[in-house]
Ligand binder design. Structure first.
Ligand SMILES: Nc1ncnc2c1ncn2[C@@H]1O[C@H](COP(=O)(O)OP(=O)(O)OP(=O)(O)O)[C@@H](O)[C@H]1O
Ligand SMILES: [Mg+2]
Length: 499
């Protein structure tokens, strides 16, 4: 007993929805305590209570053996609690130090009006960057950083606030293996400072690697809490979903048809070079690579967001020398990205509006929403992805993972012929991933093609027919499903060459 932090019998409801019921949670200094659970289990809510964003209906929070009161984020901060949210909350146009010291600038003593001692701010930021072994400059503008680097900036911000507890909500969604490794190294260094880290994730493999303890939430209740060394993967999955999952990657063998999309010698701005690839009807082509390898740039060039490009894109037997999202969509090419939840969602509109509105030309008939097959399909997607029982629910109130499912449903609804799916299951729980893979199966069965860009190697290996590995803007190697191994992919992703 005598934990550093204890949350006792915490309960919380939103309207009629009991989201947490008498949850006990304890964390200790210099430990990583993981919280896992399916989408909507209540993980973020529990931690938002600890960080003062929500008030619990009942329950107590104890720290260092004494009850404390956390009524708002400021009080949480005074107790040394910092939360790094699922969505990045930095100012993109400011530099690292400015973000770190935002609204809390170190003051030169005895000066008025409040002057910021920027020399000190930069020094401190550089010091923390160095301690964590990050090759970044304190003056680097945040929007030029990768998603992983932005997470590190949030970490440094927490440390500079003298945080004793750092909560990380899904920090690795959309990070590459290499970035995750670096994040884990950073977490270990932060742990050495005596900080208690609370780590929310869906990736069980990760938890076994990084967590000292694990607590599993299911439907707002704790179903398991133990040392991670005492739990194996099967036990964790069972505690999470209440049943065993047989096959995590239910890839179907589908006969491939004619070419759906072909790219010849595609280049853009030096960021991608000389890329040739093709995908057939019914095929899933996986594309992977480390951060900066050009995999996301490739997607944006294909969809016409980046241009002009060198080379040619062929769709439906036609060669395109230029592309725009409009042309792409009108030829049945869709770009599905689930990296950040804000992307493409109208937060204060309902789920069904979010799915149907962007596709209005599909559902409307002479200005009216047709009530036939189309809206039935939308309803069906909401059901099968288990987004919500109520299609009128406002997107804002959905959990992070469910918001991502809405983005996915929106694009699935567009009945694309070629889908570029970027990190389709980032932040989505194991059981829902299966639903998404099954929908991918249905799409290819119906003759669609999928280009899946993912940094989740088991997923890439489990769901692709072929796997293209990118390095430095080029495709270095294309594996058939049967030939691909994790080691092989990493070899080419980090610059290795065929010998
Ligand atoms: N502001 C809110 N208003 C109403 N309901 C909410 C609000 N925030 C969360 N909820 C509901 O509380 C439940 C738990 O959500 P929470 O965000 O804690 O889940 P989570 O475990 O973090 O899931 P995920 O893995 O998808 O991020 C969900 O049913 C969600 O719809
Ligand atoms: Mg969440």
């Amino acid at each position: 007993m005598g934990h550093f932090l204890e949350m006792r019998k915490i309960s919380k409801r939103f309207n009629d929805n009991m989201v947490l019921s008498e949850v006990d949670f304890a964390a200790d200094k210099a430990q990583v305590h993981a919280i896992i659970g399916e989408n909507g289990a209540g993980k973020s809510t529990l931690m938002k209570i600890l960080s003062g964003l929500f008030l619990p209906d009942s329950g107590e929070i104890w720290m260092d053996g004494e009850p404390i009161s956390i009524q708002n984020p400021k009080q949480a901060q005074e107790h040394g609690i910092a939360m790094i949210y699922q969505e990045i909350r930095l100012f993109p146009d400011l530099n690292i130090a400015e973000n770190v010291f935002m609204r809390r600038e170190p003051l030169r003593t005895m000066r008025w009006p409040r002057l910021i001692d920027w020399d000190q701010a930069y020094r401190e930021t550089e010091k923390l960057l160095q301690y964590l072994g990050l090759p970044l400059h304190a003056r680097a503008i945040v929007k030029t950083l990768t998603i992983a680097q932005q997470k590190f900036v949030e970490m440094i911000k927490a440390l500079s606030h003298d945080a004793k507890i750092i909560i990380m909500d899904e920090p690795t969604a959309a990070l590459t293996e290499q970035e995750i490794e670096l994040l884990f190294k950073v977490i270990k260094d932060v742990k050495k400072l005596g900080v208690s880290i609370i780590y929310i994730s869906h990736r069980i493999e990760e938890i076994q690697q990084i967590a000292d303890k694990v607590t599993v939430l299911r439907d707002g209740e704790v179903t398991q809490s133990a040392l991670s060394s005492e739990l194996d993967m099967t036990a964790l999955i069972q505690a999470m979903v209440g049943r065993q999952l047989e096959d995590r990657y239910p890839k179907l063998k589908v006969k491939h048809g004619k070419e759906a999309l072909r790219v010849e010698k595609l280049g853009f701005n030096g960021r991608i070079r000389n890329i040739s690839l093709e995908v057939k009807k019914g095929e899933i082509l996986g594309i992977t690579g480390l951060s900066g390898s050009g995999r996301r740039t490739l997607a944006k060039v294909l969809f016409g967001i980046h241009g002009p490009y060198e080379g040619e894109i062929h769709m439906n037997g036609k060669a395109f020398k230029a592309m725009s999202p409009h042309i792409a969509k009108s030829h049945g090419l869709c770009y599905v990205t689930g990296i950040t939840s804000e992307e493409g969602l109208i937060m204060n509109a309902s789920i069904s509006e979010n799915i149907v509105l962007p596709n209005l030309d599909r559902v409307s008939h002479a200005g009216f929403l047709s009530t036939g097959r189309e809206s039935e399909y939308a309803r069906d997607l909401i059901d099968r992805l288990e987004i919500s029982a109520d299609e009128k629910e406002i997107v804002q109130s959905l959990s992070g993972g469910k918001q991502k499912k809405v983005i996915l449903a929106k694009w699935l609804f567009a009945s694309a012929k070629v889908l570029i799916m970027e990190e389709p299951t980032a932040g989505i729980d194991i059981a829902s991933k299966l639903d998404i893979y099954n929908i991918m199966n249905e799409l290819v069965l119906s003759g669609a093609s999928i280009i899946m860009i993912s940094s989740d190697l088991p997923e890439i290996m489990g769901m692709s027919d072929r796997i293209a590995v990118m390095y430095n803007g080029q495709i270095r190697k294309t594996f058939l499903k049967e030939e691909a191994t994790q080691a092989g992919i990493l070899y080419f992703a980090s610059g290795g060459k065929d010998t």
